[in-house]
Design a protein around this ligand. Structure first.
Ligand code: SAM
Length: 212
């Protein structure tokens, strides 16, 4: 179902500058319409974010592709995702042969997405909790991807990154953020590249925004 729309989406992302073939292949294979509410299915292959309920969104495909490409992944790498949401980003990583660990703070979203992963046979390790403090038990990670906008770069996430690994995180105020692509050069040495103008829902937690 929707195969033609998926291939058109892949073409669009490639025209917009995504060139990691493993990312494009995964976008071409993962059925995004299964990760959005029924009423949104006919919009699933548009390059736009969509509401998934509880005030949250499934990220725009271009954003998912851009952030995934920025992690510079190889199969079997271990990646921590903060903000499981619909599960689409995690499914893309899983399709790329990545060992995925994903944390979601909202219980309703966490349990619906956990059920979806089981139903679709997507093997992702999930946890309900505050992702701003990472998931120490399985650290260090080759990559960490934060899919909500943060006021800063949580120190726990920097700690849990492998030397040579990459952390991709939107940082800014609640309306717009700069995407930071951070490479861990040494225990306390990081290279930071800024990519402007992304917009995410807020990252709420101990090392993120305070809950209202
Ligand atoms: N990756 C998701 C996808 O593929 O659909 C998009 C996620 S949505 C833009 C951001 C998610 O981050 C929301 O589901 C929100 O509840 C979650 N979130 C916000 N703060 C969080 C935190 N501290 N820890 C874990 N999840 C958090």
């Amino acid at each position: 179902m929707y195969e033609r729309e998926r291939l058109e989406l892949v073409d669009k992302l490639s025209e917009k500058g995504i060139n990691d073939i493993f990312v494009l292949k995964a976008i071409g294979e993962v059925e995004r319409h299964l990760f959005v509410p029924k009423a949104m299915k006919h919009h699933a292959y548009k390059d736009i974010a969509l509401p998934i309920g509880y005030g949250q969104t499934i990220s725009q495909p271009y954003t998912v592709a851009f952030m995934t490409e920025a992690l510079m992944l190889k199969p079997k790498f271990k990646v921590l995702e903060i903000g499981t949401g619909s599960g689409y980003q995690a499914a893309i990583l899983f399709k790329m042969g990545i060992q995925v660990y994903s944390i979601e703070r909202q219980f309703e979203i966490y349990s619906a997405t956990r059920k979806l992963f089981d139903h679709l046979g997507i093997h992702v390790n999930t946890k309900c909790g505050d992702g701003t403090i990472g998931w120490d038990e399985f650290a260090p990670y080759n990559g960490i991807i934060v899919t909500a906008g943060s006021p800063n770069i949580p120190s726990s996430l920097k700690k849990q990154l492998l030397i040579g690994g990459k952390l991709v995180i939107p940082v800014g105020d609640k309306n717009s953020q700069i995407l930071k692509i951070i490479t861990k050069l040494d225990e306390d040495e990081f290279d930071i590249m800024d990519v402007p103008q992304f917009s995410f829902v807020p990252l709420i937690g101990r090392e993120g925004w305070n809950q209202k």
